[in-house]
Design a protein around this ligand. Structure first.
Ligand code: KG4
Ligand code: ZN
Length: 352
């Protein structure tokens, strides 16, 4: 079966066609994966402007879907269903995809499948690598989320920990902004960090040991916090003598130190979760999984523990619709379809 996926939760208008393989170990293959990025539009403002994002989605959605069908060499009649990101994300952006998918579902007579954006990121690991050895711990680290999940059965996601404040990608973007490095911050900090000394300056590491007052049912010691680190970088930059600007070497050292602390926090908590739940594998997905130091550290520390580790390809780590089509196929095969009165939900929870 062929699934059309549509993703418009933030600043990428994306459509993809994913096909079932018939092989239970490697269930899906990408036929096309088209992304119209809005980065150049938002760069001018230093971050995503929601109103501009939704207007651009409206301009791009029809062409992006047509291109995805064209590159996959399929027509509407060849499709089996349409999957769309229902949330979480920017509500105006989500609405464009949801409205398009509903219309397509009616016009082409296809079942509609609402998908959670983070389920998409988690399933990007399976799309890339085949089914993970279960139980698996999966970290989703992006611009909007930093959450740890236990996947005990295919398609069952149980939240183990999450950030109490900034997402990891958001911390990258904010630190890049205050260093004057532009948007998005992840790729540029990643590049500069490789030329810096990661012990050159003193920045704090946050380790949460107590339950979150807003979620007392969780133990809370697998949670993350990045806002203190971001504030420490801000204080370091502001604390310089009047009129003196940061040298290129200093900026590289800040990037390297910041990146070391973020990567260690992400990997340490993920490995804590693996130990606690005796997981058989560890995956990291989401935009931040494109980070070179994170990928190296995951590989190295996984190998040292004989723990299989997984990341998506770079194309499948940042927002895309192939992962939404894959998560849609997972739901469809579990017998789940969505009624036509679904609405976009900016704060959609992943767990039932
Ligand atoms: O998953 P994604 O495309 O969108 C969200 O769902 O948020 O993730 C985008 C985030 C941005 O914050 C960006 O700075 C970050 O991923 N990112 C990176 C890297 N590439 C993208 N962060 C660290 N290192 C990278 N190489
Ligand atoms: Zn995302």
């Amino acid at each position: 079966m062929l699934m059309l996926g549509i993703e418009t939760s933030c600043d990428e208008t994306a459509a993809a066609v994913v096909e079932e393989t018939g092989d239970p170990a490697r269930p899906w293959t990408v036929r096309s994966n088209v992304i119209a990025s809005q980065i150049p539009i938002h760069r001018e403002w230093g971050g995503v402007v929601p109103e501009l994002a939704s207007r651009q989605h409206i301009r791009d959605i029809c062409g992006v879907v047509e291109q995805a069908l064209g590159e996959a060499h399929v027509a509407w009649k060849d499709l089996g269903a349409v999957a769309v990101t229902q949330g979480p994300g920017l509500v105006g952006s989500l609405l464009v995809g949801v409205a398009f998918a509903k219309a397509a579902s009616v016009a082409a007579g296809l079942p509609l499948i609402a998908v959670h954006h983070l389920a998409g990121h988690i399933e990007s690991l399976v799309l890339q690598n085949g089914e993970l050895p279960l139980p698996a711990v999966v970290l989703v680290a992006s611009g909007g989320h930093t959450s740890l999940y236990l996947v005990s059965e295919p398609g069952q996601y149980h939240l183990l920990g999450r950030t109490r404040d900034d997402a990891a990608g958001e911390a990258y973007d904010k630190v890049a902004k205050l260093l004057g490095l532009g948007y998005p911050g992840g790729p540029v900090i990643d590049r500069l960090a490789r030329q810096g000394n990661d012990r050159a300056i003193a920045l704090p590491t946050t380790r949460l040991t107590h339950a979150d007052r807003n979620a007392p049912e969780r133990q809370g010691d697998l949670d993350f916090s990045f806002s203190g680190l971001k504030t420490a970088v801000l204080r370091y930059v502001k604390g310089r003598p009047e009129g003196s600007s940061l040298s290129d070497a200093e900026i590289k050292d800040i990037c390297a130190t910041f990146q070391r602390i973020v990567v260690n926090a992400l990997i340490d908590r993920s490995l804590d979760a693996v130990r606690r739940h005796q997981a058989k594998s560890l995956g990291i997905a989401g935009g931040v999984s494109a980070n070179s130091r994170l990928r190296e550290a995951l590989e190295e520390r996984g190998r040292a523990r004989e723990l299989p580790t997984f990341v998506p390809s770079l194309e499948l780590s940042t927002d895309n619709a192939a992962m939404i089509a894959a998560a849609g196929l997972r739901r469809f095969r579990a017998g789940i379809t969505s009624p036509l009165d679904i609405n976009a939900d900016a704060a959609l929870p992943l767990e039932p």
